[in-house]
Every structure is written in structure tokens, then in C-alpha cells.
Design a protein around this ligand. Structure first.
Ligand code: AHR
Length: 495
């Protein structure tokens, strides 16, 4: 069946918050150490210890916000261990992730420096699970107070004169699990208490994010919104796309079977239902949608690459990951009235990474390319889209064959992104462009696709999967028609 899409270019549906293209970097495996931080004495080219190649690659995808230091690590992190002269910083055990030594060389100053280099906003996650109220309160004072105070003075002694601007602050992470194994009632009370002392100093206004639900724990959202909704600006949600079973075997990142490919697409699409149901609960307590849904961990989670440390969560990244990313973005766009931020897990060398490194070598992944292609949607105006699409079937189960989203940029250009989920068949698409007063004059596009389901980039073949120009879109004044190859992501620009 041919897929019919109508893009109503004159029906605007609000702004797609650029922060849904956000990222997450944890002290986990080789994300922070090697991925970002190599130290000033490293032979790997760096600026003040942060590797130049990674910063340059990430600047190209315009990361709007970066979450740090965890994850599970956040609720065991004591920020005072990570400031002052590096050689005297405390060495600790990273109990969650591989039991390795954490030397605290990458701390608050280094993270803020990284954000400045990336021109990205910091999003700091504080420690509720094993930290004190005082510790959290003093961290915010250390970072954001510009007057005379013990913490501001200490920051200055450590070389930073001016306070850093800091908007996003998370009060704990996964407090139903690694962040303290709490019941929602208990965490809601702790949240109320801890957030009281997360102060706004001077002009700095903190956007407070409460630790939210795991997947479909709707009771968590209900209790948090009921008991603490008015004291938060955002509530998080975590959902990973795992084709297999979390404990029994998640599935290989490379070489998915037909069934695994299909299940991966199905599970990626499931985030739509989760957002809808959590949002409905949030609507009950917050009909004005003041509280943002912050999906601060999402992405694929496969078995680690054979031979790698199981605690390091290192996985390859294929064209399948690219499709998962595209589908998530389209769903986030559809919920842009509630979803104010999302942070893919994780930026470098961990889970669904943008970048993989091997010593001094660096490659970008198919997921990176989707971020790059979709940056046209950042802070653009979402356009209404309606579609009648065919199905993608396997063993009697059905999914929509394609997914589409459209936005208009500040110059009036219309950007339409499309994903063909089907790994075997083309999809023909016709897009009616309704509401363009003078009609469309030209269309251009780029495509990311591959001929095998395990197509990925390696250090030997870094450009095996990369976007190329797409010449297959045919334009009449009010319609674009094209054929999407199997497992493809296309972004069209209509002017
Ligand atoms: O991203 C890896 C881990 O997944 C995070 O540390 C934790 O928050 C989640 O369970």
C-alpha cells in the first residue's frame, strides 16, 4: 500500500524544544574517562584535558543540554571529592559500573568547562540516595552563588571566579532502584525536603527535576504529582529499548534476526504509549502542563560487545539504532506540549552512543547521523501531520510501515523527516503540502540507509553508514512523492 501523508503547513503546533535532542554522560565505562577526559598530559590532542576530536564532533550536532554525573553513579557521587588539585582528589570505587577506581579527576570544574566548550547547558543530577541535604545545597551554592559565602569562596580558591549559570538540576536518579530503593511516598517526601534547599542565587533560576518513574510505573507518577507536583518543574521518565530480556539476554547489537529487528521497532514505538499514559496522570494534577516530562534516559540497551567488561555497557551501533532514534524523535515531537527534554543514554562509548573511541581513534555512529540530520527540528515550529500508512508485518503482528514528522524553521522552510521501519521492503510515500500559499518551489534531501541490518561504522571503515544526498523526491507545487528504501531515515527540506 502506498503511504499518504498530509503536512498542514499552516497549522502550527508549538515549538519543538531543542532540549529533546539532549544527551547524558555518566561516570560509566569509557564515557567520561577516555570518551571525554584524557588529561592534560595525554598524547591524544586535548584542550585542558578534554579531547578535541570528541568536542568537535559533538559541536556539529548542537547538543543543547548534557546530563551528568549519572545515572546510578549520581546517587553515590560526592561532589567535594571532585574539586581542588587533581593529584589529591579522593580515589573511590565505582561500585555500580565495573568496580573500577574512580580517581575523581573529572569533577564539577571539568564538567562545566566541557559544557562551555560544547556550548551546551549543564544538567546536574544530585545525590539523594547516599548524600545529605547539606551536600546537595552546598553544591548548588558552590556552582551558582556569586557573593561572599563559604562555597563561593571555595570555588574561587579552586580557580573559578564567576559563578556558572546552571538551570537544570535533578534531585536524585532512579530513586525506586539504584537511587535508594524507595517507595514513591517516601521519595516524594525526600524530594520535598531536598528541593527546599536547592536555592536560587541572584539571577540564577533552577529548574528542579524530580526523579520519575521506571517505564510503566504509573503509580510512581501519580504519587509524585499528587504529593510534590507543585514543588517541581520537571518529572523524569526512563525507558530503554531492549529487544530481549533485561536479565536473561538483551540481544546482540549486531546481527539482529528478522524477529529482533521487528521487536526493536515495536519496543521503540512503545514509548508513545508510556508518554501518553504518564502525561494523562500529569494532566490530572497539572492541566496547564507547567511541569515538563523529562525523558532523561532513553535508547537501545543490548548485550555488551563480546570480550568487553560487562560493567562498561559498551555496544556497537547500527542502522537499527538510527531507526530507533528517528522514531523516538518523532514521538517526542508529537508530545512536545509535555516533553520538554530528553537525554539519550549515553553520549560516548556507552549504550546507544553517538561516538565510539579506541584510544586516540574516534568514529561517529549511525545514531550520531540522525542527531545531525534532525537538528533542523531543534526549536522549530511543529507542523500538523496526518497520515494513512501501510503496515509492516511479521508473524501476524503489525506496525506502521513508516513514521513522519514535520516542522517549519525560522526562514519558513519546511523540514520533513521520514523513517521506513521495514528492513526488507520499500515504502512509497506521497506527501500533500497543504497551506503553502505560493506553493513549493524546490525540495532537497538527505538519506541514511544501509543494505544489511547490521550495517555499522568501525575504526577501519568509519564511513560505512553515513548520510548522502537524496535525489529521489519528486515535487509538484503541492505534493512530494518518493520511495523510501528499506530501513532508511530521510530528511527533506521544502522551500
Ligand atoms: O544508563 C545506564 C543506567 O541505566 C543508569 O546509570 C541508570 O540510571 C539506568 O538504570
Amino acid at each position: 500500500m502506498s503511504n499518504k501523508v498530509v503536512v498542514n503547513t499552516d497549522i502550527e503546533q508549538g515549538i519543538i524544544n531543542k532540549n529533546i535532542y539532549g544527551h547524558f554522560a555518566e561516570h560509566l565505562g569509557r564515557c567520561i574517562y577516555e570518551g571525554f577526559w584524557v588529561g592534560e598530559d595525554s598524547p591524544i590532542p586535548n584542550t585542558n584535558g578534554i579531547r578535541n576530536d570528541v568536542v568537535a564532533a559533538l559541536k556539529n550536532i548542537q547538543i543543547p543540554v548534557l546530563r551528568w554525573p549519572g545515572g546510578c553513579f549520581a546517587d553515590e557521587y560526592h561532589w567535594k571529592d571532585g574539586i581542588g588539585p587533581r593529584e589529591s582528589r579522593k580515589r573511590m570505587v565505582n561500585t555500580h559500573w565495573g568496580g573500577v577506581v574512580e580517581n575523581n579527576h573529572f569533577g564539577t570544574h571539568e564538567f562545566m568547562m566541557l559544557c562551555e566548550m560544547l556550548e551546551t547547558e549543564p544538567y546536574i543530577c544530585g545525590n539523594v540516595g547516599s548524600g545529605t541535604v547539606q551536600e546537595m545545597s552546598e553544591w548548588v551554592e558552590y556552582m551558582t552563588f556569586d557573593g561572599e559565602s563559604p562555597m563561593a569562596n571555595w570555588r574561587q580558591e579552586n580557580g573559578r571566579e564567576k559563578a556558572w549559570p546552571l538551570t537544570y538540576f535533578g534531585v536524585g536518579n532512579e530513586n525506586w532502584g539504584c537511587g535508594g530503593n524507595m517507595r514513591p511516598e517516601y521519595y516524594a517526601d525526600l524530594y520535598r525536603r531536598y528541593q527546599t534547599y536547592v536555592r536560587n542565587y541572584g539571577e540564577n533560576k533552577i529548574y528542579k527535576i524530580a526523579g520519575g518513574a521506571n517505564v510503566d510505573d504509573y503509580n510512581w507518577t501519580e504519587v509524585l504529582m499528587r504529593e510534590a507536583g507543585r514543588m517541581m518543574d520537571g518529572l523524569s521518565l526512563h525507558y530503554y529499548t531492549i529487544p530481549g530480556d533485561f536479565w536473561l539476554g538483551k540481544g546482540s547489537a549486531l546481527d539482529p534476526s528478522d524477529k529482533e529487528w521487528f521487536i526493536t521497532m515495536k519496543k521503540a514505538l512503545h514509548i508513545d504509549e508510556l508518554i501518553t499514559k504518564h502525561s494523562t496522570i500529569m494532566d490530572k494534577y497539572d492541566p496547564e502542563k507547567r511541569v515538563g516530562m523529562i525523558i532523561d534516559e532513553w535508547g537501545t540497551w543490548f548485550d555488551v560487545e563480546p570480550g568487553t567488561n560487562p560493567g562498561f555497557l559498551y555496544q556497537q551501533n547500527t542502522i537499527r539504532d538510527a531507526l530507533v532514534a528517528g522514531l523516538h524523535f518523532h514521538i517526542f515531537h508529537d508530545h512536545s506540549d509535555r516533553v520538554q527534554m530528553a537525554n539519550i543514554a549515553q553520549t560516548v562509548n556507552v549504550l546507544q552512543a553517538m561516538i565510539l573511541t579506541e584510544g586516540e581513534k574516534m568514529i561517529v555512529t549511525p545514531t550520531y547521523h540522525v542527531f545531525e540530520m534532525f537538528k533542523v527540528h531543534q526549536d522549530a515550529t511543529k507542523l500538523d501531520c496526518s497520515s494513512t500508512v501501510g503496515t509492516y508485518e511479521l508473524n501476524g503482528e503489525e506496525l506502521p510501515a513508516i513514521s513522519v514528522s514535520a516542522s517549519k524553521d525560522q526562514d519558513g522552510k519546511v523540514n520533513i523527516s521520514l523513517c521506513n521501519l521495514n528492513h526488507k521492503e520499500n515504502s512509497d510515500v506521497s506527501i500533500a503540502l497543504r497551506g503553502m500559499i505560493e506553493g513549493a518551489k524546490q525540495v532537497s534531501g538527505r538519506i541514511l540507509t544501509a543494505s544489511t541490518t547490521n550495517a555499522h561504522n568501525t575504526f577501519e571503515q568509519p564511513d560505512a553508514v553515513k548520510p548522502v544526498s537524496f535525489e529521489g523526491a519528486v515535487l509538484t507545487s503541492d505534493e512530494v512523492s518518493l520511495t523510501l528504501p528499506p530501513m532508511s531515515v530521510v530528511v527533506l527540506t521544502v522551500e
